[in-house]
Design a protein. Structure first.
Length: 256
């Protein structure tokens, strides 16, 4: 048995996965494949909104295209969204992971920017210029979200409508996973998860949480974490890239 807060020298490094519960399984597998221990640390869970899901097929049928904000939105909406002619509707994905979820769900006409990862890049896709003026575009997302794409679509004469098919509900965190032994780094892709963690953060762990290495995939999220007091935040392409970056950063900062 090791002392509290210490880790055996031969133990796999620990990556705290600060992600919604539905996204943990793939991240844990990525950690395992890279020789890391993925530590699930989900402060949020996506919960379906039945009324919105019931209305979704009609909303899609009335739309010229649909925009999907995340793999979670796709997985929750899949039973209602991809039957009959709806699977042939242009289904626009925010990025590659969402596009893969759409294809797995049965969508036949998936549009995305392989290098994109946000609404800003999605707003530049040529498909929007091919739709008729005044056409409705259904944005399938959670109860809350950024309005950037909707504003961009409205600016070019399209009519964005929202279909909030899930809500993010808080989950209680097990802080023993954070303490014994502490993680080497944290991976997250949404500021909502950071805020949900900080809302539960014990005062005695505040300094430790702020001094960890944080990895995220987007500069906007990196800036948001810095604004929230995280001192060492780095932007990488994806979770495997975080593993690759850790070695040099660990040497640079002398992280545990």
């Amino acid at each position: 048995m090791t002392a509290a807060g210490r880790q055996p020298e031969n133990a796999a490094p620990r990556m705290l996965l600060l992600r919604p519960r539905q996204r943990l399984a793939a991240d844990v597998e990525s950690c395992r494949a890279a020789g890391w221990q993925g530590v699930p640390f989900a402060p949020l869970e996506a919960q379906p909104l039945p009324d919105a899901l019931a209305a979704l097929p009609q909303q899609l049928a009335q739309s010229a295209a649909a925009f999907w904000v995340s793999p979670t939105a796709v997985e929750i909406a899949a039973p209602a969204a991809f039957s009959g002619r709806l699977k042939n509707l242009p289904h626009v994905a925010v990025g590659a992971a969402t596009a893969a979820a759409l294809q797995a769900a049965g969508a036949q006409n998936v549009v995305f920017d392989p290098a994109g990862k946000d609404s800003e890049s999605a707003a530049q896709l040529p498909i929007w210029r091919t739709l008729p003026a005044g056409a409705q575009v259904l944005v399938v997302r959670g109860e809350s979200g950024r309005g950037h794409l909707a504003a961009e679509l409205a600016a070019v004469g399209l009519r964005p409508h929202f279909a909030p098919v899930y809500r993010l509900a808080p989950l209680a965190l097990d802080w023993q996973l954070f303490r014994n032994p502490p993680p080497q780094a944290v991976w997250l892709t949404a500021l909502q998860c950071a805020d949900a963690m900080l809302a539960q953060l014990p005062a005695e762990l505040a300094q430790s949480a702020q001094s960890l290495l944080y990895f995220t995939h987007h500069e906007r999220i990196r800036r948001g974490l810095l604004e929230r007091g995280m001192a060492r935040v780095f932007c990488v392409a994806d979770l495997p890239a975080a593993f690759a970056a850790y070695g040099s950063l660990n040497a640079r900062f002398g992280a545990a």
